[in-house]
Design a binder for this molecule. Structure first.
Ligand SMILES: [Mg+2]
Length: 231
């Protein structure tokens, strides 16, 4: 049976060194004319882009209707692209990511998709910056729903359409770095491999009872074995 492996992006595959958060604040300043210093700190880790945008709308007292939220996110994507291109941008791929994707790419029973709060274009911009967006066939994205817990079935359906395979929920593994990834997996009965390369420690993640917790992907053979294990 093929395994469906759905990867989160920020804190799991890459660290964009604050480019995403900065681009949201750039967009807030341009769209609403507010100073970033006036905004409270935003809950970014694990949140979808529309949820973050709706949070900003709430802080400035504006109605977050769908058209306005996506207009705001268009502006965010322009700033994201600019920030990633900046000479002093120091984002990076997390340990073992390239080797892990190469190794999984050799496994016919590993089907790679994304499950991320980024809107699809944001995912393409962030992963494309590191040349790894085309490693993933499809997935669920923040533009599909502002509630991450709704994205599992959407990602699974898209991957089924892309591969022609059918995945039992027990064969779906969500790989992510935050409590929100763990809850998202639990919301549709999938497993979660929690990886402590983001803002949360392995201990903090393990407290939420994901299927497995690892420090990083640095041990690539062990990670591949774990992801393809029958347990
Ligand atoms: Mg993340």
């Amino acid at each position: 049976m093929p395994k469906l492996l759905l990867f989160d992006i920020d804190g799991t595959l890459i660290d964009s060194h604050g480019a995403g958060g900065s681009a949201i604040l750039d967009a807030a300043e341009e769209y609403f004319g507010v100073s970033r210093a006036k905004l409270p700190s935003l809950q970014l880790a694990g949140s979808t882009d529309p949820a973050i945008a709706m949070d900003v709308f709430g802080h400035v007292g504006r109605e977050p209707d769908r058209e306005a939220v996506f207009g705001f996110l268009d502006l965010y994507l322009t700033h994201l692209t600019r920030r990633l291109k900046a000479a002093d941008f120091s984002g990076f791929m997390l340990p073992g990511v390239v080797d892990l994707l190469n190794a999984l790419g050799q496994e016919k029973d590993a089907h790679l998709g994304l499950l991320t709060g980024n809107v699809r274009r944001g995912a393409a911009i962030k992963l494309g910056h590191h040349g790894i967006f085309d490693r993933f066939l499809d997935g669920g994205f923040g533009c599909d729903h502002h509630d991450r817990n709704q994205l599992g079935p959407i990602a699974t359906q898209r991957m089924q359409a892309a591969t022609g395979s059918t995945y039992a929920t027990s064969e779906v593994i969500i790989i992510g770095d935050t409590p929100k990834d763990i809850r998202c997996a639990a919301a549709f009965g999938a497993k979660c491999l929690a990886v402590a390369t983001g803002d949360y420690s392995a201990e903090q993640l393990a407290e939420l009872n994901p299927w497995r917790t690892i420090e990083s992907f640095a041990d690539v053979p062990a990670t591949v074995k774990l992801l393809l294990s029958e347990v």
